[in-house]
Design a protein around this ligand. Structure first.
Ligand SMILES: O=c1[nH]c(=O)c2[nH]c(=O)[nH]c2[nH]1
Length: 299
């Protein structure tokens, strides 16, 4: 007899915009894409067509709006925790709420050298992410940055790797390095909503710190490999934010290939003469790591 091994349901891609109007006329805007998936005693809705435990996904969407009105939506960790806590407190049979909040960039315009009070622009596809798992007795939060596209035109090397009959890649002491940063940091589990409230100022500080460590390490280090550079980023973030358990990165290595143009009038365009490159859309390397503060077993 088959049985439900895992089930969750909810509303995804709920787009929410909130404005905060300040007394001096400055407005602060936040745009998010929210997903809430509920787990609990809901098996009969799948197995017996019994909808009695089902909080309609339409009601879940409504709740996302109501909680955005009732609570601050920044930092997004706090909003995610308020939202998830609502579902597990309101409905006894809902044991866990999985909340994802993606915050999109609206950067304030500078006009005639001054920050404009109510005009913004999208300065890239980078987003701030929060994934919160809210249960009756604890709140697990993972924060992150996604879609931060970076490139350095020198200051990256890759040599000393396995050379065998499968190898064609030359060793390089100077290469282009580009990646689309996917970085995450997991907070030590919170035991209550008030513990999350108390941590409020730490969330923005961690996001700002992770973002600047990522860029500073990327820019300043003469990288021996993506692996080593991302490990150093993790170490620095763990050092900066003591409340974190783990930090992880997923970095595609977006290759830029040299083009041999010697066939045309003997033009030199390789090695130290390389100027025109062919950016590759794929295949790309993909390097991942999770670094724990303390010794953790590898999954
Ligand atoms: O930083 C790198 N790490 C690798 O594992 C790898 N493999 C590869 O072909 N190029 C690179 N670069």
């Amino acid at each position: 007899m088959p049985s439900i091994a895992a089930a969750r349901y909810g509303k995804d891609n709920v787009r929410v915009y909130k404005v905060e109007r300040q007394a001096d006329g400055t407005q602060i805007v936040t745009e998010m894409t929210v997903c809430v998936l509920l787990e609990g005693e809901i098996d009969v809705s799948y197995t017996k067509a019994d909808n009695s435990p089902v909080v309609a996904t339409d009601s879940i969407k409504n709740t996302i709006y109501i909680k955005a009105k009732e609570h601050p939506v920044t930092p997004p960790e706090l909003y995610a925790a308020y939202l998830g806590t609502h579902f597990v407190e309101k409905y006894a049979h809902i044991h866990t709420a999985n909340v994802s909040v993606i915050t999109h960039r609206w950067t304030r315009m500078t006009i005639d050298g001054k920050p404009h009070p109510h005009s913004f622009y999208r300065d890239g596809s980078e987003v701030r992410t929060v994934e919160a798992k809210i249960s009756k007795n604890n709140i697990a939060i993972r924060s992150g940055i996604n879609g931060l596209l970076v490139l350095k035109s020198t200051g990256s090397q890759f040599h000393g790797f396995v050379r065998d009959e499968f190898t064609t890649l030359p060793e390089v002491w100077d290469r282009i390095l580009s990646t689309d940063v996917d970085c995450g940091w997991a907070w030590k589990t919170f035991t209550s909503m008030s513990a999350v409230e108390e941590a409020t100022p730490k969330f923005n500080r961690a996001w700002e710190g992770a973002r600047s460590i990522t860029m500073k390490t990327f820019a300043e280090e003469n990288s021996p490999s993506v692996q080593n550079t991302m490990y150093k980023m993790c170490e620095s973030i763990l050092e900066l934010v003591p409340e974190l358990d783990t930090v992880n990165y997923k970095l595609p290595n977006k290759h830029y290939f040299e083009i041999d143009l010697s066939w045309h009038k003997g033009i030199k365009n390789t090695g130290k003469d390389a100027e025109v490159y062919a950016p590759q859309s794929g295949p790309n390397g993909l390097i991942e790591v999770t670094v724990a503060r303390s010794q953790a077993s590898k999954l």
